[in-house]
Design a protein around this ligand. Structure first.
Ligand code: NAG
Length: 200
């Protein structure tokens, strides 16, 4: 008697187990399309490119592109801890603001350090000219802007910059302390899958 009961139990357990495996396989298969061919998305050859752009942070004048949306928490912190600025800054080919406009840096930066001067930056560089018009790269990271060279991460991209990854070095080439304006050179090194970058 006893052995046949445990055999029944065993079969019953097996049935539950196998049906739950079948369900989980079914669930997975339902939304995960496996083993996609990279060629279908034009992702055959990854390349490394260097882009150089000039970022214009304009706080003053009639048409500022960098606007404070949250003021500092208090005047207790020399770093202005807590302030947030929204930006739609011009990105040009040369340091001169009137040189060719390549795109815009859209996003925000915030004072994220209490005892040091350091910003949290989150931006999309959206290109507005030529082949890369409409494509973008996303940058994110820490910017202790008083230092000579800073570094941000390229965390992704869209359009011709899909699957982009890499980093950017930032170097301030012009600063007007009274007005708060600055021009920063961005050298961006990215892996991506598009054709060669003729623009830069
Ligand atoms: C960029 O794309 C937009 C939207 O498709 C278009 O209106 C604009 O004329 C394009 N600019 C250039 C310079 O090709």
């Amino acid at each position: 008697m006893t052995p046949s009961i445990s055999a029944t139990h065993f079969l019953f357990l097996l049935l539950i187990l196998s049906s739950s495996i079948a369900y989980s396989q079914q669930d997975e298969a339902f939304f995960v399309k496996k083993s996609m061919d990279k060629k279908l998305l034009g992702l055959e050859t990854e390349q490394l490119s260097h882009l150089r752009l000039y970022w214009h942070d304009v706080l003053s004048g009639e048409n500022p592109t960098s606007i404070e949306i949250v003021p500092p928490i208090s005047d207790k912190f020399i770093s202005g801890f807590g302030y947030i600025r929204m930006i739609d800054n011009a990105l040009t080919e040369e340091q001169d603001r009137s040189s060719k406009l390549l795109g815009r840096a859209q996003g925000l930066y915030a004072s994220a350090s209490q005892d040091k001067v350091a910003l949290l930056m989150a931006m999309n560089f959206v290109f507005t000219s030529g082949k890369y018009n409409g494509s973008s790269i996303s940058l994110y990271g820490r910017n202790p802007w008083l230092e000579n060279v800073r570094e941000l991460s390229v965390i992704g991209g869209s359009g011709l910059f899909r699957f982009a990854r890499g980093y950017a070095t930032l170097h301030t080439v012009e600063i007007d302390i009274a007005k708060g304006n600055a021009v920063v050179e961005y050298n961006i090194y990215i892996f991506h899958y598009a054709d060669s970058i003729a623009l830069f």
